[in-house]
Design a protein around this ligand. Structure first.
Ligand code: HSE
Length: 407
């Protein structure tokens, strides 16, 4: 089987390495030799061991020998047009491109089906963790109710460095970039956009209907400080960026935000670049997926496993996907209740108003905590929290706000 690769960056390079290094075992497992025939990239790679680079997409599109293309270029332009043309011309496409799947997955999956080819995207969520296939295959017998996960390696690496090493946000981000975890523009990682695309894909797949990532309330970690980390530690919790989605009566709930998890929560111990995803199902209970969520080889291994899946199912369309979305399907956040941590500028004496039932006041020792304190509220929904804030906190300077997740 001859394959093409579009994009020779971190993941594309990893695909090249795995296909070359593991040639024998890939042949044994898929039943066919997998060979890279063309690599599309606008840059030059004079020192590469590969001699099949092209700058012209047509060289892949019109090559009848190439039946599977790995789209690992990222972004939607030109990846969307290229993928569409490849599927329409009868080639299968496998991808790590979460932005494209989250935005145009519904259409691309329909085109793949109409042309009896495949559009597979195991590498788009969780890097090397198998999570897409379990959702459309192994867990099919279950009515799924909830998915919650640490879905971004870069932000988990940053938070771990802040929590365990007391490192600044900026230094930790630099480390993630050097290790090849971060997106080209790391804002997508840091502001939760990458997690949002991934939870949109998981929500669409788990509950069978398209959830648009643009509509999911999303908050990143750029406002998290070492002080927040210290308050969380005081109440035996850690801060993690999560994507969460659950099935509601006639729709779904989804949100991306930093949360405080109890130290014993299954996701609390997931550190560094690792991702963890908990799937709940009726009858099934909790299932947990864990592994490296970013980086060249973990992500490339998921891309290549999709290639093998297609080679093994020669000529067959693998059934996966979701139906079109509908207005009102994504419910607003008011359905969910959280306890809120709020960090407030003021003397510990000013915290007196919050020493009451259902609330918890946290103060920390040390010079820098002299003029501030934190409050944890009882459970309330977003609307009640906004009212509480308006009524009781309008005279306070709020330094931070994070939701608490219990299970
Ligand atoms: N930037 C992403 C992350 C890459 O850090 O998780 C993997 O999707």
């Amino acid at each position: 089987m001859k394959i093409g690769i579009m994009g020779f960056g971190v993941v594309g390079g990893g695909v090249g390495e795995i296909v070359t290094t593991n040639a024998e075992s890939l042949k044994r497992r898929s039943g066919d030799a997998i060979e890279i025939k063309r690599i599309l990239d606008l840059r030059d790679f004079p020192d590469s061991e590969f001699r099949c680079f092209t700058k012209d997409f047509q060289d892949i599109l019109h090559d009848d020998e190439i039946q599977i293309v790995c789209e690992v270029m990222g972004g939607t332009k030109p990846a969307y047009e290229f993928t569409k043309q490849l599927l329409e011309s009868g080639k299968s496409v496998v991808t790590s491109n979460k932005e494209l799947v989250a935005k145009h997955g519904t259409e691309l999956l329909q085109i793949a089906k109409a042309n009896n080819v495949n559009y597979l995207f195991e590498a788009s969520v969780g890097g090397g963790i198998p999570i897409i296939r379990p959702l459309y295959s192994s867990l099919l017998a279950n009515e799924l109710t909830q998915v919650i996960g640490i879905l971004n390696g870069t932000t988990n690496y940053i938070l771990t460095q802040m929590i365990k090493e007391g490192e600044s946000f900026e230094n930790a981000l630099r480390g993630a970039q050097e290790k090849g975890y971060a997106e080209k523009d790391p804002t997508a990682d840091v502001e939760g956009v990458d997690t949002c695309r991934k939870i949109a894909i998981l929500a669409s797949l788990a509950f069978g209907k398209y959830v648009c990532s643009d509509e999911i309330p999303t908050e990143g970690i750029s406002k998290i400080t070492l002080e927040d980390v210290a308050y969380a530690g005081e109440i035996d919790r850690v801060i993690k960026l999560v994507g969460m989605t659950s099935k509601e009566d006639d729709g779904v709930f989804a949100r991306v935000c930093p949360v405080m998890l109890k130290n014993e929560h299954p996701l609390a111990g997931i550190d560094d670049v690792f991702n963890g995803i908990m799937v709940k199902g009726e009858g099934l209970g909790d299932v947990m997926f864990y592994g490296r969520g970013a980086g060249a080889l973990p992500t490339a291994s998921a891309v290549v496993s999709d290639v093998i899946e297609i080679v093994k199912n020669k000529g067959e369309h693998i059934r996966l996907g979701w139906t079109e979305g509908s207005e009102g399907y994504l419910k607003d956040g008011d359905l969910q209740n959280f306890r809120f941590y709020i960090r407030i500028a003021g003397t510990p004496e000013q915290s007196a108003a919050f020493h009451r039932e259902g609330f918890r006041v946290i103060t920390l020792d040390g010079e820098k905590y002299q003029n501030e304190f934190a409050v944890v509220t009882p459970k309330m929904n977003e609307k009640s929290f906004a009212e509480f804030q308006e009524k009781e906190l309008s005279a306070c300077r709020i330094l931070g706000k994070i939701r608490l997740v219990e299970e």
